[in-house]
Design a protein around this ligand. Structure first.
Ligand code: ATP
Ligand code: MG
Length: 294
């Protein structure tokens, strides 16, 4: 039954505590300093289910990687503009990702905004982006539009994180086509795995037809509550489905995230000592250790 495997052994053979995913919970080393920057590895954060922590993860992973000296570009690829807002950027009267998609000659540098987090830049989005799919439909190589735009700045960053909207439409296919890797945040609640098969199918189709080298960089369990059997059972099911692709780092459920969003800051700046900030720093270290990020 759920939980029993883990409760039987709280430490591994070498006395490392067992983590929430059922594997030894080891530390990951502080990422080594980089000698130079770029070319970026592009990672999309994807799940067509809404509210699973895509944007929260993009913001806080980006800030965590920046704190380890990585040059990070976060791309808001959702017309809701939550990533831009979460980083304190007002988007109503500035050029956005929409302008970049629609005008192939536009210099991406004109659209990039610095954030108050050192080393973290953003390409913002606003509601204009909701019209992009309609405009792109008649373009030649419409699935490659984002890839073409990002190619021009990839040399300046170590990692580019693309925060996808909750859909599997043309924008998300653009994100997947532009990406080296994909991270799937999954909320630890009952319907977490519903729809994931369709997401994996979409990634497989993109790999087959548009981007043969795209990899699954990991499945990230979010909003985990260790006190509830329910959360533990869902995580166990996620591990059964994805095995070692489930990242060891698990993000706990806490009200600090909504608070940080309102403040327009990553949690690593808003409450750096909080367990949730530490979890995202750990995620950054784990992704470097796994080779997903330089
Ligand atoms: N670990 C967490 N604990 C508690 N609340 C969280 C956590 N992560 C995110 N949230 C909150 O849950 C809501 C949804 O998170 P977020 O916006 O990151 O999800 P999303 O997948 O990007 O959503 P959408 O599909 O609408 O883009 C937000 O209000 C956010 O502050
Ligand atoms: Mg979002």
């Amino acid at each position: 039954m759920a939980g029993s495997k883990r409760s039987a052994a709280k430490v591994s053979e070498d006395d490392t505590p067992i983590g929430p995913t059922g594997r030894p919970y080891r530390g990951f080393p502080t990422p080594p300093k980089l000698d130079g920057h770029g070319p970026a590895r592009i990672i999309s954060l994807c799940n067509q289910k809404g509210g699973v922590g895509k944007t929260t993860t993009t913001i806080n992973l980006a800030a965590s990687l920046a704190s380890y000296g990585r040059r990070v570009l976060a791309v808001d690829f959702d017309p809701q503009g939550a990533l831009s807002a979460g980083l304190g950027i007002q988007t109503h009267d500035i050029p956005t990702i929409y302008d970049l998609l629609l005008d192939g000659k536009r210099d991406p540098h004109e659209v990039i905004v610095r954030t108050r987090v050192e080393g973290l830049d953003v390409i913002p989005a606003n509601i204009d982006l909701s019209a992009a799919e309609v405009h792109l439909v008649n373009e030649v190589a419409r699935e490659q539009t984002l890839a073409r735009a990002l190619r021009r700045v990839a040399g300046e960053y170590d990692v580019i994180l693309v925060d996808c909207q909750p859909s599997l439409g043309l924008l998300t296919v653009n994100a997947l086509t532009a990406s080296h890797g994909v991270l799937i945040p999954l909320e630890c609640e009952f319907f977490a795995l519903r729809g994931v098969a369709m997401l994996i199918e979409t990634i497989d189709k993109v790999r087959d037809r548009l981007n043969p080298t795209i990899e699954l960089d990991g499945v990230l369990a979010t909003m985990y509550d260790a006190r509830t059997l329910h959360s533990r059972e869902v995580l166990e099911r996620v591990v059964d489905a994805f095995g070692d692709d489930v990242l060891e780092t698990v993000i706990g459920r806490t009200v600090k995230f909504p608070d940080a969003s309102v403040s327009g800051m990553p949690i690593t700046e808003f409450a750096p000592e909080h367990a949730a900030a530490q979890a995202y720093l750990r995620l950054a270290r784990e992704l470097v250790a796994r080779g997903a990020v330089a």
